[in-house]
Design a protein. Structure first.
Length: 127
């Protein structure tokens, strides 16, 4: 039984390496920011997740118990990677002047700044 679990862990590590390589190639070869963001985010989630799953099942080959630390790291990666990619893409959309909800130009007239005051100068235009 221990040999099967070790082979499973080795397979999970190889799958993680494959996804890591795929994400790295996508980061280098894809044309724009959003494609470059998508490739490593998805592949790092799957790659690191499979390596952490291998680290989770490997102690069972020697009669041990799966580690809580590996489980918590896996959950952290699966939650934080998509959230950080979403925030990066929203920031890039905002910096490019596009509206994330409608796909058009952002309308900044009448927006509110961090202090709660309208972000409009006295001459009537947006700052």
């Amino acid at each position: 039984m221990g040999v099967i679990i070790e082979w499973l862990a080795a397979l999970l590590i190889l799958v993680g390496a494959f996804f890591g390589l795929t994400g790295s190639l996508g980061l280098v070869r894809l044309p724009d920011f959003f494609c470059r963001l998508h490739s490593p985010t998805k592949s790092s989630t799957l790659g690191v997740g499979s390596v952490l799953l291998a680290a989770l099942v490997l102690p069972m080959a020697h009669g041990g118990f799966p580690g809580l630390v590996e489980l918590l790291l896996t959950l952290f990666v699966f939650i934080s990677a998509p959230v950080s990619a979403n925030l990066l893409s929203l920031a890039a959309l905002r910096l490019s002047g596009l509206d994330a909800e409608h796909g058009g130009a952002a309308d900044t007239r009448g927006s509110v700044d961090d202090a709660g005051a309208p972000d409009v100068d006295p001459a009537g235009g947006a700052r």
